[in-house]
Design a protein around this ligand. Sequence first.
Ligand SMILES: Nc1nc2c(c(=O)[nH]1)N[C@H]1C(S)=C(S)[C@@H](COP(=O)(O)OP(=O)(O)OC[C@H]3O[C@@H](n4cnc5c(=O)[nH]c(N)nc54)[C@H](O)[C@@H]3O)O[C@H]1N2
Ligand SMILES: Nc1nc2c(c(=O)[nH]1)N[C@H]1C(S)=C(S)[C@@H](COP(=O)(O)OP(=O)(O)OC[C@H]3O[C@@H](n4cnc5c(=O)[nH]c(N)nc54)[C@H](O)[C@@H]3O)O[C@H]1N2
Ligand code: SF4
Ligand SMILES: [Mo]
Length: 692
Amino acid sequence: MEIKQSVCNYCSLGCNFDFYVKDNEIKKVVPTEGYPVNDGFACIKGLELDEQCTKYGSPNRPLIKDEAGNFQEISWNEAFDTFVTKMEAIQEEYGKKSAAFISTGQITTEEMALLGHIGRTHMGMNGDGNTRCCMATSVVAHKQSFGFDAPPYTLNDLELSDTIIFIGANPVVAHPIVWDRVKKNNDSTVISIDPRKSETASNSDMWIDIKPKTDLRLLYTLANLLIERDWIDQEYIAEYTEDFAGFKEHVKKYTLEDVTEKTGISRQQVLELAETIYQGERVSFWWTMGVNQGHQAVRTAQAIINLAAMTGNIGKPGTGPNSLTGQCNAMGSRVYSNTAGLYGGRSYSNLADRKKVANILDIDPEMIPKKGTIPYNEIVDGINKGEIKALWIIATNPRHSWANNEEFKRAIDNLDFFVVQDLYPDTETSELCDLFLPSVPAIKKEGTLINTERRVSAVTPVLDKEEDELSDYDIFYGIGQALDTTDSLDNWKTPKDAFELMKECSAGMPCDMTGIDYNQLVGSKGVQWPFRENEELERDQRRLYEDGEYFTETGKMKFIYEDIAEKPELQTEEFPYIFNSGRGTVGQWHTETRNREMELVEMSSLTEAYVYINPKLAQELDIKQNDKVLISSTNGQQREFTAKLSDTVQNDQLYAPIHYIETNALTPSVFDPYSKEPAYKYVCVNVEKIAE
Ligand SMILES: Nc1nc2c(c(=O)[nH]1)N[C@H]1C(S)=C(S)[C@@H](COP(=O)(O)OP(=O)(O)OC[C@H]3O[C@@H](n4cnc5c(=O)[nH]c(N)nc54)[C@H](O)[C@@H]3O)O[C@H]1N2
Ligand SMILES: Nc1nc2c(c(=O)[nH]1)N[C@H]1C(S)=C(S)[C@@H](COP(=O)(O)OP(=O)(O)OC[C@H]3O[C@@H](n4cnc5c(=O)[nH]c(N)nc54)[C@H](O)[C@@H]3O)O[C@H]1N2
Ligand code: SF4
Ligand SMILES: [Mo]
């Protein structure tokens, strides 16, 4: 039996597994011992990677819709020709920007890079990723505060911390290995800031039951308290940061006076929290979607960064303002997808960067766009305004997952040509397309993924592809070859070629990976960037900013702050409750196209959309366990849910898992002004029992 080590392509932890393979069949999946992320542990999703595409998989060949609306199989060459002919005709008539793509954080770095090359450089499209729904806030926060989108930590910091503060993060469900590592750390105080008594809050030492979307006020109040009491690291501030004086002045107005009224947290608790941060020797802050998905999300993320920096909790073991990523290759998409930024974290607007990349790719610099893509929401708006006529979706299911998802359906109905590239032809999005391009799952792919702590890990083809099966890489390459272009794509022939190009683009940048040997990555412990050519790898856990050097022009971390904005809407008599949404259970993954293949998850998950309601509220509304309720949102939509009574949600709030299409029917089209990330987690609704 052959043992092949590869990486899990669900969440951003990037656990490694040993796949035992015989006669092109996976016999056993075992978490890799000694791998720095998961060291012999894993969650149910990774353990069932062998189930991928066994029950529902795709046809090997592409599908095209006939006049009657039924899919018909065609050859790959026909599919590539159709793709290119239709896209080029539309672009000819309406301009290059009348075609767009929306991609993902769930394909390999090499695939992302090639897609960026084909879609943006060659075809001149706009193209964004579903990472806009997820990480865009952290990206902007990092760029502005640190000068580069580089999350500072290594996961080992969880074990080295004496005070671990989760903000809008539920790792018990969403990042199980993070929680495992918290449990390994016996000497820490764990705090969870969440409006809901999430699985993580329930298992923490302290639950801060904050009112939804008031984190910024809490964080500014904490900063003010720490400054007033001189519980800060003056030396660090003076040496390594800039504009602390402005920040100090700014937070003066955020006092204990009205903190309880505004955030729902008692003064005593706020004080206790400030004291805990002060007394902690190694304090780490970990945030995810409860922060990133909000109407003032970037500033909230930066308030966390400010708090960590002013208390000297950055660049040292067990510290950090640490944003956890979501999807397996969110980090790859952030630096190598050629969408919002140019390869290697470079800038489209910088002529020297464009020339450098053109030189590496051996193309005319004029081919490289001079600015980043328009964001996801503007692509959807552009379709609805009739400016964008063709859309290509890769490895995401936006008919289900996009905020206010009926808007997305409306957009699809407006398109002249709609292409979906997925594992399955029956996702909510795939079934609406004109042309379906099937890819094999990651167990048949080659390339790399970059995890939440910047660790590059090898995707090894565990199984061989069957006849006519193509990976996303092969599909992009096929489209590239069908294009009428002078670029032969000769330097992009294989995933390894793409990796070598990206390595060159990364040279001298904070995400430098010129020291990584593609072949040696297989079966290794992975490598965190930066890792420069000729550098010795002394440790397999490395963090950034250990020397206090940031990537800003001044080399200092910037304090960034702003007045607190009005909430986009307030609870009214008509819409008195706040509708929050997020992950349901460990086994469930987003729109559930993949985890429906997993028997254990299928058996244990509910098939119908459900919502958590506080028992007291339920009683007031005469709602009993498992009653059907109708939820009406301020966005004009109403959907039916099954009521689950639970005191984990507060009396004026509801919580719905995102794994059911009903949830995003109700979410708003509200975005952070800087990151354009949807504010999924806050919308005002009403709920009523549906008469039997
Ligand atoms: N099992 C499983 N794991 C996953 C995923 C999955 O689908 N299933 N998806 C992956 C992806 S892509 C991502 S991005 C991550 C997401 O990981 P998380 O962000 O940890 O997950 P969520 O459940 O979206 O949200 C976290 C918490 O934010 C809270 N929250 C809501 N509003 C606020 C607020 O105003 N303030 C604060 N402080 N908290 C708030 C919610 O109540 C929720 O408990 O998970 C990854 N892991
Ligand atoms: N209300 C609410 N909505 C949310 C969120 C929330 O917290 N609240 N969270 C948001 C977040 S953080 C995220 S990341 C998004 C996720 O939203 P989506 O990206 O829409 O969710 P997935 O179900 O992961 O969709 C991935 C698709 O890619 C396909 N796929 C998987 N692997 C491959 C591959 O190798 N190649 C190809 N071509 N296809 C593949 C799968 O079959 C699936 O259809 O949801 C967002 N939506
Ligand atoms: S924790 Fe994340 S990376 Fe690890 S096995 Fe589970 S889904 Fe995969
Ligand atoms: Mo995400």
